[in-house]
Design a protein around this ligand. Structure first.
Ligand SMILES: [Fe+2]
Ligand SMILES: [Fe+2]
Length: 431
């Protein structure tokens, strides 16, 4: 064909088609952008329907989402339909099978009356002037449907129109599928969160029950494990640890003496200073505790280590392994301080609790020898803040008793001890 054989009408038709193509691509791109937007799902569906209707100048239409459990289509967005158009539409198995087989292609409503779905809703569809019904099938899964009325021009839909509808419906279907997957993920995450929360509560309750059981064995130091748990928690908080880590420190404190359940009651409860043999028996409790705790899966990894090393000292004179400063797990250093502090501030069978000034002086003197200085400092800070009213909590008051916390001159004594602690251990680089 020569160029002069083209008629003006042909050129105009080609230009029209090109414009339509550009317009369609524009609408598709806009729809793609729309469905990937993070705004509300309802809003996305309304805008998608608007774009689909607008791109082909269709008067009325609707988008529905399919629920495979209820076998129902629920309308998400509608335009131009009568008010009595059903908001939910039921499908029977036959409808579902046919829609799945049909895929995303538009179904002519007037020609589909053999299907129960179109028989049941015949009246509503006719009243609203429904012409096309597009099942939204994505990855062989029905996710929804698009309902379309007639075009503004009154002309029938061309095959070209149907292709555009198909492409746009796919976008909408994918958006619904994504939303469904997201909702499912959120549901599972919520379920997991609840399960985890339940497990954590059960674990923490079990830990507390264990602590109470350990403490019952020792009639003179009633409540020791529980207090060590609480002091360890305070220290971790003062050190600025995260919530989960603080919880871990408390657990480590609660369980630190769990190994004592295998030590004879008469040794634990001896109303005198125990002899060397008894002492070596008692000193097995950290190792036993570790063995008891190790096979359990703890949400906090250091719990067994805290039991094993809570009697180690920075200077290597502790037990069971005589570890030095840096070799001792940090959590064990925290529990060690909490443990020693409780031992000093509670009555024992062979000695009374020591007064505050002595205890402060002891902790200060042994910073860098037995205790990690920054841990003592954090502990003192917690107490200082409570004494001076910087913190409204009454944690120390509850653990030590009001009288003890109201010892005359306790604030200057504590301040003095705090100022007397060297910032770092002189043993840090030893060994
Ligand atoms: Fe112990
Ligand atoms: Fe202890």
């Amino acid at each position: 064909m020569r160029i002069q054989d083209f008629k003006i009408a042909d050129v105009k038709r080609m230009a029209d088609e090109r414009n339509r193509l550009i317009h369609t691509f524009g609408a598709l791109a806009e729809l793609g952008e729309e469905v990937s937007n993070k705004q509300s799902f309802q809003e996305t569906m309304r805008t998608s329907l608007h774009l689909l209707l607008g791109s082909l100048a269709i008067m009325r239409g609707g988008v529905a989402r399919y629920s495979p459990f209820a076998h129902e289509l629920s309308m998400l967005a509608m335009r131009g339909f009568r008010d009595d158009f059903p908001l939910t539409l039921s499908l029977c198995q036959e409808d579902e099978r046919q829609f799945l087989a049909n895929g995303l292609y538009p179904i002519e409503v007037s020609q589909a009356k053999v299907l129960p779905f179109f028989q049941v809703y015949d009246h509503s569809f006719e009243q609203s002037g429904l012409e096309l019904f597009v099942p939204l099938v994505v990855h062989e899964e029905p996710v929804g449907a698009v309902f379309l009325g007639q075009k503004a021009t009154g002309e029938p839909y061309t095959s070209y129109d149907r292709e555009i509808i198909c492409a746009m419906a796919r976008h909408i279907g994918v958006a619904i599928l994504q939303r469904n997957m997201m909702a499912e993920l959120e549901r599972r995450a919520e379920e997991n969160r609840k399960l985890y929360e339940n497990l954590r509560m059960t674990y923490n309750d079990t830990v507390k029950a264990f602590a109470a059981a350990i403490d019952r064995k020792d009639k003179y130091t009633e409540g020791h494990s529980v207090r060590v748990g609480k002091y360890s928690e305070i220290i971790a908080e003062e050190l600025g640890w995260k919530e989960q880590e603080v919880e871990g420190a408390a657990v480590a404190g609660y369980l630190h003496d769990i190994g004592k359940i295998t030590v004879e009651r008469k040794i634990i409860n001896a109303p005198y200073r125990i002899n060397a043999k008894e002492s070596s028996e008692l000193n097995k409790h950290p190792g036993v505790g570790y063995e008891i705790l190790m096979p359990i899966s703890h949400p906090y990894s250091d719990v067994p280590l805290a039991a094993k090393y809570h009697h180690e000292r920075l200077d290597g004179h502790g037990y069971p392994d005589g570890l030095y400063d840096r070799e001792i797990p940090y959590i064990a250093k925290i529990v060690n301080l909490a443990d020693s502090f409780d031992a000093m501030t509670t009555d024992r069978p062979y000695k009374r609790r020591r007064p505050a000034n002595e205890v402060f002086a002891d902790l200060q003197r042994n910073s860098g020898k037995q205790f990690a200085p920054e841990i003592v400092q954090a502990f003192f800070k917690g107490m200082y803040n409570e004494l001076t009213g910087v913190s409204n909590e009454k944690r120390f008051r509850r653990l030590l008793g009001r009288e003890y916390m109201e010892t005359e001159g306790i604030i200057p004594m504590l301040k003095n001890a705090m100022n007397g602690i060297a910032p770092t251990s002189n043993l840090t680089f030893l060994h």
